[in-house]
Design a protein around this ligand. Structure first.
Ligand code: PHE
Length: 352
């Protein structure tokens, strides 16, 4: 058989196919089970031995060439069909797609991240504690016995009592992690210095309003060492507030009562909105109450297995919502848990 003549004929047929359907038919005719091209290739067996290699080679080359021509023509039809389809609609494949919506960090997360960065740069370690806490760590170990009036100031979500396990609750503050941390240190046979921060979620059975939430975030801080003083506490708090509020701050201490610190303080910062002149945010006083803190009570050190004769410490419990509200000028605490995307989208996508 004359491979060259067949080649010309087949390529001609491919070029002449009018549409995709005609091409498919041709494909079957040439390459199908008893296809003409296959026959040509197979006919090598009917030739004398010496003629076979040359013929086989030529036949195969024709096969490949016709296959390629078919594929190219098929693609041409496909492209034309697509172009026609697209021309019929106003779909523009070159137009950029819609920008995917990226989530944003919650403002509490943003401020918490910054605080964690700051405190770890000062040598503090991040410590976690359970949200479901025992009565012992949440109250008793913190010098708040069962009949103590301070318990009433923290309206507690109690959990159903489990036989023999004592009462559990949803922690009302992050302070229980103070004694947990000290006990862990003592168990490991280690001694202070101890410097930890405990960011975490707390719960109180509060009536929710503009400035109260049943679920809120605190960041506890605890430092225990030899000769820790109130001056160390004030310095640490000032540094922290300056960084977080992004301005120089003045602070003042007022006495504050918490059974687990002695003395206890309420630390106020001069109002960042009016710079101390008096405005609606600070209720004309020029000061904003921001941080309860104090020197760790000797009974608490003892509960933690630390000798109060040799060591002293300070602790603070920052309300994160409070700080975030001051930082961004937010006036309703319910926004944080409200899930309103218009509120949440106002914050930067990525923390600095
Ligand atoms: N745990 C206290 C509260 O939530 C705050 C606090 C922490 C006070 C540490 C003093 C020292 O009310």
């Amino acid at each position: 058989m004359d491979t060259n003549a067949r080649r010309e004929q087949w390529l001609g047929l491919v070029a002449a196919a009018a549409d995709a359907a005609a091409l498919a038919e041709l494909d079957a005719r040439l390459f199908g089970p008893k296809g003409e091209v296959q026959e040509l290739v197979r006919s090598v067996t009917s030739l004398p031995k010496e003629a076979r290699p040359a013929f086989g080679k030529a036949a195969n080359a024709v096969k490949v060439e016709v296959e390629q021509a078919l594929a190219a023509r098929r693609e041409q039809f496909a492209r034309a069909a697509l172009a026609q389809e697209l021309g019929a609609t106003d779909f523009d494949p070159t137009e950029p797609g819609p920008r995917p919506v990226r989530g944003t960090l919650h403002p509490i997360t943003i401020v918490q991240n910054e605080l964690v960065d700051l405190f770890t740069s000062m040598g503090f370690q991040w410590q976690d504690g359970p949200e479901v806490e025992s009565e012992y760590f949440n109250f008793d170990a913190l010098n708040i016995p069962g009949d103590h009036p301070a318990r009433e100031s923290q309206d507690t979500f109690w959990l159903r009592e489990q036989k023999g396990l004592g009462r559990n609750l949803l922690r009302t503050h992050t302070s229980p992690v103070q004694v947990r941390t000290m006990q862990r240190l003592a168990k490991a046979g280690q001694k202070p210095p101890l410097k930890v921060i405990v960011p975490g979620r707390c719960f109180r059975s509060e009536t929710v309003d503009k400035s109260h939430e049943h679920t809120f975030y605190q960041m506890e801080g605890l430092v225990v060492d030899r000769d820790v003083s109130t001056a160390n506490l004030i310095h640490t708090m000032k540094t922290c507030l300056r960084v977080i509020l992004e301005r120089e701050v003045q602070v003042r201490l007022r006495p504050g009562f918490f059974p687990f610190v002695e003395p206890g303080f309420e630390l106020d910062v001069n109002c960042p909105f009016c710079r101390g002149k008096g405005c609606s945010v600070c209720k004309q006083s020029g000061w904003i109450e921001i941080l309860p803190c104090g020197m760790v009570h000797p009974n608490v050190l003892q509960q933690g297995g630390i000798d109060p004769e040799h060591y002293t410490g300070f602790a603070f419990g920052m309300g994160l919502q409070r700080v975030v509200m001051l930082r961004y000028g937010i006036d309703d605490i319910r926004q944080f848990m409200g899930g309103d995307l218009r509120f949440l989208r106002q914050f930067p996508e990525v923390a600095r």
